[in-house]
Design a protein around this ligand. Structure first.
Ligand code: TXA
Ligand code: MG
Length: 325
C-alpha cells in the first residue's frame, strides 16, 4: 500500500508509466487505473474486473489542455462545463479522435473524459504525464457488478495483489455525473452529486436524463446496467411506514438503514442514514458493505427524497436493489 508522501506518489506514477495497474484514489470512488494509451495495460483492467471489452472506460486527465489528445471535437457547452466543474466529479462524453485509445473506449466513436479533484489523483496524473502518460483509464476498482470502493481497504479486498495508493475515504462517495456532450443536445447519462439543475445552469438549457432505451441517437451509456453495485443481501427501498409495518415478517435476518428511527423488533439491526444527500452519498457504499457483512439476508433502505439533490444516491440504491432481487 502506498501513502501520501512524495516517494510513494512518485512510485504510483511510475507504476502507471510502466504499463502496470494502480489502485488510484479519486474524490468519487477508487479507480483501477492504467495508462490509457497502452493497450495491454488497458486490457489488463478489463481482465482484472471481469468487465466486457465493449464497456468503455473513463480517461482521467490532469487538466483541460489534455482533452484535445483524445477528443475530436469539444463543443462550447462542453468547454463551459469543464471550466466550471473541473477538477471535480463530472465526466464528459465527447467525439473521439480516430485511432486514439481504442481499447479504453471499447471501440466506441466517443470517449469519456474526467479531471478528478482528489489532490493525490491530480499529483499522480501530473507526474505520470511528465513520464509520457497522456491520460489514465480508470473504472471503479470493484469486480464487475459489485459495490464500488470508497477506501483503499475496499480495493485491497477485491484485488489483493494490486499496488494501491491510499488517499483516505473518498469525499463524494458515488461515481461522477456523466454528461454526453458529443451531440447538439447534452444528455445526462449517469446522475451523481452534480445535479441536472447545476449542469443546466452552465449549459444554458435543460440537461435531461437520457431515456433508458433512447429513441434518439445518443451514445447510450453502454454498461449502464440496471443491475449494478450489488450487495450479497437482498436490498429493498421502502418508505419508513412500510419498513415499520413489514419488519416483523423477516426480523430474524434484517438490517434497516433509515433517516428517522422506526419501531423495529429487537433483533433487527438499525443504522442511521444521513438526512443530507451529500453525507448520504459519502457513506453509501461503505454502509452497504458494512450491512452486508452482518450476514443478514435482507437490507431495507428508506427510499430517498424525490428532489434532484438525491438523484445520484437514489440511482445507486435503485441499481443495487434491482441487482439483488
Ligand atoms: O467517478 C467515476 O467516474 C469513477 C472514478 C474512478 O473516476 N469511475 C467510474 O468508472 O465510475 P466506471 O467504469 O465504473 O463507470 C464508467 C461509466 C460506465 O457506465 C460506462 O458505460 C460509461 O462511463 N462510459 C464510458 N465511456 C463511455 C462512452 N464513450 N459513451 C457512453 N458511456 C461511457
Ligand atoms: Mg463502476
Amino acid at each position: 500500500m502506498l501513502g501520501d508522501n512524495d516517494e510513494d506518489i512518485a512510485l504510483a506514477a511510475q507504476t502507471l508509466a510502466r504499463g502496470e495497474l494502480l489502485g488510484l484514489p479519486t474524490e468519487t470512488v477508487y479507480g483501477l487505473a492504467a495508462d490509457a494509451l497502452q493497450p495491454h495495460a488497458v486490457a489488463a483492467i478489463f481482465d482484472a474486473k471481469g468487465r466486457p471489452p465493449d464497456h468503455p472506460l473513463i480517461v482521467h486527465v490532469a487538466s483541460m489542455d489534455q482533452v484535445t489528445w483524445f477528443a475530436a471535437d469539444v463543443p462550447a457547452h462542453a468547454q463551459a462545463l469543464m471550466k466550471t466543474y473541473w477538477p471535480g466529479p463530472l465526466t464528459l462524453i465527447v467525439k473521439r479522435r480516430q485511432g486514439v485509445a481504442d481499447v479504453a473506449a471499447g471501440g466506441h466513436p466517443t470517449i469519456a473524459l474526467r479531471c478528478p479533484s482528489h489532490p493525490l489523483a491530480l499529483k499522480v496524473l501530473q507526474l505520470s504525464r511528465q513520464q509520457g502518460v497522456k491520460g489514465v483509464a480508470a473504472p471503479s476498482a470493484n469486480l464487475f457488478g459489485k459495490v464500488s470502493p470508497t477506501t483503499a481497504e475496499h480495493v485491497r479486498e477485491a484485488f489483493p495483489h494490486l499496488t494501491v495508493l491510499d488517499g483516505g475515504a473518498c469525499q463524494v462517495g458515488i461515481e461522477s455525473t456523466i454528461v454526453d456532450v458529443s451531440q447538439d443536445t447534452p444528455w445526462l447519462l449517469r446522475p451523481g452529486m452534480l445535479s441536472a439543475a447545476q449542469l443546466s445552469a452552465v449549459v444554458g438549457r435543460t440537461v435531461q436524463r437520457a431515456p433508458a432505451k433512447p429513441s434518439t441517437p445518443v451514445s447510450a451509456a453502454p454498461g449502464m446496467l440496471a443491475s449494478h453495485y450489488a450487495p450479497r443481501a437482498r436490498l429493498r427501498l421502502l418508505s419508513l411506514q412500510d419498513i415499520g409495518q413489514l419488519a416483523p415478517s423477516c426480523a430474524g435476518s434484517l438490517a434497516v438503514w433509515s433517516r428517522s428511527p422506526v419501531s423495529l423488533p429487537a433483533q433487527v439491526h438499525w443504522h442511521a442514514m444521513p438526512a443530507n444527500a451529500a453525507e448520504c452519498a459519502h457513506a453509501l457504499f461503505a454502509q452497504l458493505r458494512e450491512l452486508d457483512a452482518l450476514g443478514v439476508a435482507h437490507i431495507w433502505a428508506e427510499a430517498p427524497p424525490e428532489d434532484d439533490a438525491w438523484d445520484g444516491v437514489r440511482d445507486r440504491l435503485q441499481r443495487a436493489s434491482s441487482a439483488s432481487v
